[in-house]
Write a protein that binds this ligand. Sequence first.
Ligand code: ZN
Length: 134
Amino acid sequence: MQISVKTNARTQMVDITSQVQNAVKESIVEDGIKNGLVHVFSMHTTAAITINENADPAVETDILNTINKTIPWDDNFKHMEGNSAAHIKVSLFGPSETIPLENGFLVLGTWQGIYFCEFDGPRNRRVNIQIIGA
Ligand code: ZN
């Protein structure tokens, strides 16, 4: 199954935890799988998935400020499309995360949230969610 994510900045972290949990709930109604693994996959070369703290929004700001400072938008990159910084960030963060599923619920720590990481927005994006039964 897939979910849509609309971003509104060049770099942005969007908390998609509740969207993923809702998609998983719908899937359980269809196929009954309540235990296993949930694979969350960004279908893009310039947007990643990560898991990190979603309690203090300053964490998002600090992550984005640091990654933008580490990999500046312009740095004599050769890629003609002009968005190499976004491609590099995705390779560092990775395109997916896998979350345990127990009794129909994502097993996340108290402070953990699933983030869609936009690195070349704003855009309309797609995230694929696959449940692997235990
Ligand atoms: Zn490109």
